[in-house]
Design a protein. Structure first.
Length: 395
């Protein structure tokens, strides 16, 4: 393993965790050897997160919530699902459709959203959850199994995207940030791709080599023909070349309705700003964030912020319309966050919900870093979540 400054700030691994991490490292070392001594970061990230039985999302580690590695908005508060229900209800009413949630985590969003839609008399015909992690799917079934029978009967867990295009809503909350990315750096005025290789003692280490034509073309499109004239030496960032095929696959299964993407990210001009010289790659382990992906393999999440301009471009190429783009704070506010707070049954509940709301919307919490993008097909009614703010001009 690599020597890392992050180790001193992170909790020590248990013996079982150490054994698991070493097993993941062994699989990655074998992949590096098979690939000729160098692995793209994209492939490394894919193995660390998704290798069957080993990767972070494939093994059984407790990932989400206060006892896990990070907390998502739906686990933080039912207010998130309550607000989102207002947008979903309008689309469902117009399409008489269903909801497909991608990567549903613990099932917290499905639980709060179904309950809120039930209260509105706006339940979907079915609520499908597409989950790549068998462990998380089992936890979702256990949690959602406590819902009322008329809600449980609408839940299904398909193994793949639907063959027949659906009508309704597709939800992707903190999904795009977990798609594997490629990394690049600027050295000697030239772009290099950052990957992973083996040190002489077998440890994993960063390693650079000239980019292939696909990555080089993507970097030219982002940074121009002579990035060394505009960016500082050592500038390092990432590009997600999987976003376009991912959006194309989702667009292909949406006949009419809306795709709502909620994630932390930026428009391209902000993402690749010269002052953001270290990129956005982050790792999450037991509620601590750090920037060393080569440690705690299979035990920590690895993410990168989302280039929302790339998402928008992919949507247009897929025949979708970019119908809204806003911060999470503005989106939730426009969907009635204050009204939900005012409806708290007593002072104690109001105080608790107010604290949760602050975490959802304050700039130093999730309010500004997280953005919401709506992609639509065959749905032209105004989307209420973007009534307060629409930042499409920045894309």
């Amino acid at each position: 393993m690599s020597v890392s400054g992050a180790r001193s700030m992170l909790p020590a691994l248990t013996p079982d965790e150490q054994r698991h991490s070493e097993a993941v490292a062994a699989a990655i070392r074998a992949a590096i050897t098979a690939a000729g001594g160098w692995l793209s970061f994209e492939r490394f990230m894919e193995l660390a997160l998704y290798a069957p039985g080993l990767g972070y999302y494939s093994a059984g580690a407790f990932k989400l919530g206060p006892g896990g590695d990070f907390v998502t908005a739906p686990e933080m508060s039912t207010l998130f699902g309550g607000c989102l229900a207002a947008e979903c209800a309008a689309v469902l009413a117009a399409t008489d459709g269903e909801i497909l949630e991608l990567g549903a985590g613990t099932g917290a969003l499905a639980a709060s959203l179904l309950s809120a839609l039930d209260a509105r008399g706006a339940l979907p015909r079915r609520y499908a959850i597409l989950e790549v992690s068998a462990d998380l799917a089992a936890r979702q079934r256990a949690r959602l199994g406590t819902l009322a029978p008329h809600l449980r009967e609408r839940l299904v867990w398909p193994e793949r995207l639907p063959d027949a295009p659906l009508r309704g809503v597709i939800l992707a909350n903190e999904v795009a940030d977990a798609l594997p990315v490629r990394r690049f750096t600027l050295r000697g005025g030239e772009l290099q791709e950052l990957g992973v290789a083996l040190a002489s003692d077998g440890a994993l280490q960063d390693a650079a080599r000239p980019p292939d034509e696909r990555l080089a073309a993507a970097c030219r499109a982002l940074l121009g023909e002579r990035p060394g004239e505009l960016l500082p030496q050592g500038y390092t960032s990432e590009v997600n070349l999987r976003l376009a095929p991912w959006i194309a696959s989702l667009g292909a299964c949406l006949e009419r309705g809306a795709l709502l993407l909620i994630d932390y990210g930026l428009p391209r001009s902000h993402y690749y700003h010269p002052q953001r010289a270290a990129g956005t790659l982050r790792c999450h382990f037991r509620q601590r964030a750090h920037d060393d992906p080569l440690i705690n393999l299979g035990l920590q999440d690895i993410t990168a912020w989302v280039d929302f301009t790339r998402l928008a471009e992919a949507a247009v190429d897929a025949g979708l319309e970019v119908s809204g783009f806003a911060t999470q704070a503005a989106f939730l506010g426009a969907l009635g966050l204050e009204r939900l707070l005012a409806a708290a049954p007593d002072a104690v509940a109001h105080a608790r919900l107010a604290g949760e709301a602050r975490r959802l919307v304050m700039p130093e919490e999730m309010g500004e870093a997280f953005k919401v993008m709506a992609l639509t097909r065959g749905y032209h009614a105004p989307l209420a979540g973007f009534a307060w703010q629409d930042l499409r001009r920045l894309l």
